[in-house]
Design a protein around this ligand. Sequence first.
Ligand code: ADP
Length: 392
Amino acid sequence: MSGAEVAMVAATGVIVLLSVAWVLRTRRAASAQVARLERAVDEAAGRRAAASVVIQRLGAALEAIPHGVVLCDEQADIIHRNRHAEPFVAARHGDVLVERALVELMHTAVAGEAGVQQLDLYGPPRRTLTMSASPIDDGERSIGAVVVIEDVSEKRRLEAVRRDFVANISHELKTPVGALGLLAETLADEEDQAVARRLAERMQLEATRVGRIIDDLLDLSRIESEEAPIREPVPVHRVLAEAVERVRPTAELRGITIEVPEPSRRLALNGERRQLVSALYNLLENAVKYSDDGATVEISSATDGSWVELAVRDHGIGIPARDLERIFERFYRVDRARARDTGGTGLGLAIVRHVASNHGGDVRVDSHEGEGSTFTLRLPAGPGPVAVREAG
Ligand code: ADP
C-alpha cells in the first residue's frame, strides 16, 4: 500500500469513527430530548389534572353558596352559573326583568364598574331580589364579571314584622301610660275624696293593664326563644289543674263554672310544662273573658296514642268567620274596644300558637258568632300507659 493509500484509509477510518461518534451523540441528544419531552408532557398532564381538581372545587364551592352566582367573560357572555341562579336566568323559565337587569349589570361590570340593583317581582310568588355585580380583572384588563343574586323576600318580610311589632307595642303601651299620666295630673288637683278614690282605682286598672302587656310580651319572647323546648313527660291532669287554678279567680268573680273532666292519671304530654300550662291558661282565660256572666266553660281531653287533644269550649260571643284566620296574629283583636274592656292584650293566642308549633303540634278553632267557640290544642302524647312523673 502506498503512502497515499495508507493516508486515505486512515482518513476514512477517522471519518467513520467521527461519524459513529456523531451518530451516537445525536442519538443520545435525541433520547435526552425525548425524555425531556416526556417529562414536559407528564408535567402538563399533572398540571391539567390539578387544574381540573381546582375547577371542580371552585364549581362545588359556587354550588354551596346559597345565592345565585353568574360568571361572565370579558364580552359579558355567561360562562358559568350555579343551580341557585338557574330559576332566574334559565332561558325558558327565566324572569325577563331579572335577565334584563343581569345583562345590564354584567356589561357595566366588565367595563370595570361594580353595581347593585334591587328588583321587586310581583310573582306569584311576590319576591324581592338584590343583584350585585363585581368586575374581575387580571391586574391589567377585565377578564369578566361575577353577579350574585340574593332572594331577600324573607328577610324583608321579617323586617316588616319586626317593625310592625315594635309599632304595635308602642301603641299598646302608649294608651294606658298616657291615661296614667292624665289620671295622675287630675288626681294631684283633686280635693274631693270620693273622686280622688275613683281616679286612684282607674290608675290601678291602667297600671294592671301595662303590667299584663309586659307579662305577655315576656312570656311570648321566652316561648319564641325556646324553639325546641326540653321535652319530658308531663301529666295532663297537672297541666289542667295548674291552668284552671290560674283562671279560677277571674271565673269566680263572674260566676263562670269551669267543667274539668277527670283525665286518666296516666295520660301524659311530651313537652315543657310551663309552656303547656301557659297555652291552656290563655285559652281558658279567653273562654272566660268572652262568655257571659254565669256561663259554663268545658275542657275535654282525648288521645289516639300519638297525640293528645285538649279542647276548651265556651258558649260566649263567638268569632266572626272573617276573623278566624287572623286571631292568632300578635295584637290582632276582633273588637278592639271590647277586648280593651276585657283587659285583653292581643297576645294570648299568639302565645298558644307558638307553644303548639314549638311542640310540633297545632291549634284549631271552631267558632260561630253568638254561639261560642272551641279551641283545640293538639300536642304530642307522652310515653304510653306507663307511670308518669308526678312531681315537678
Ligand atoms: P286578647 O288578649 O285580646 O284576648 P288573644 O290573642 O287571646 O287576645 O285573642 C285575639 C282575639 O281573638 C281576641 O281579641 C278576641 O277578639 C278573639 N277571641 C279569642 N278567643 C275568643 C273566644 N273564646 N271567644 C270569642 N273571641 C275570642
